[in-house]
Design a protein around this ligand. Sequence first.
Ligand code: P6P
Length: 323
Amino acid sequence: MSASFPTLDEILTKQGVGEELAEVMRTIAGTCAQISEMVAGAGLEGALGLAGAVNVQDEEQKALDVMTDELMSAALGACDPVAGLASEEQEAMVATGRKGGYLVAFDPLDGSSNIDVNVSVGTIFSVLPAPEGRAPTEADFMVGGRAQIAAGYAIYGPQTMLVLTLGGEVQGFSLTPEGDWLLTHGDIKVPRATKEFAINMSNRRHWAPGIRAYIDDCLAGVEGPRGKNFNMRWVASMVADVHRILMRGGVFLYPWDAREPDRAGKLRLLYEGNPMSLLIERAGGKATNVEQPILDVKVTGLHQRVAVVLGSAEEVELASAAK
Ligand code: P6P
């Protein structure tokens, strides 16, 4: 282990997060380390491909979706300060039988459609306060993004990293071969300006006019109204796209589109929009659903969808204001 990088444990102690929250973070970090190993070995263990089932999102589950959900659910279910959990892969929340402490909402393996083609995927988590003196209900998860105590993700890529905020700055921890998380990226900040946007261009005909105009202006480059050329990226793995933006700036858009007007977009508010928006805001960026900051969006369901425009503040402001 490198002597120059502090460990996650040392940071949890230094930041005085309290033993209960520290235990929750250690449980999440330890489980993500196990998932990293599981993902890396999937091809060898025959764990690629479909699980033969469909989840609550009506999406075909990958074998690893099921395996990682079971891992996260078991670990958090056995973590004393956790009173309840909600998973992208499960219809209902799970009460652990304990009271007080914390609730954890998570997407155990985001971007799993990339697993079989060896592209980065990740785990996303959101830690909320649990009600005191009683068992939690589904409504206790619907307190809104600004109530989050902690949030973050693990990215399983060329390096495995854990990027999180405990309410203050955004910190990045790298996983060592020995299974330790070392602070390699302290106080991550998103540059206010960027020349890089991330969107699934194949959906252009379905977008609202404002987003279409914003993207067309980016595509017009130096000859257009923006007066500068843009680059485009789309990994189709939110964790990978958000991580790139935290590392070097950029704007990520998964906007509302006309195909399903009753759904705000594809991404889920509780365990994708809210945790990623907390990270981005704490890193000096912005995150909206075009109409308002995502962290202010009223939560009305565990699997509620939300349109997402997040990243470098200058671009989020322009995209959110475009008519
Ligand atoms: P599309 C992965 O399935 C995911 O939920 C996000 O990680 C990602 O940003 C998005 O969907 C990709 O969606 O429509 O481009 O495949």
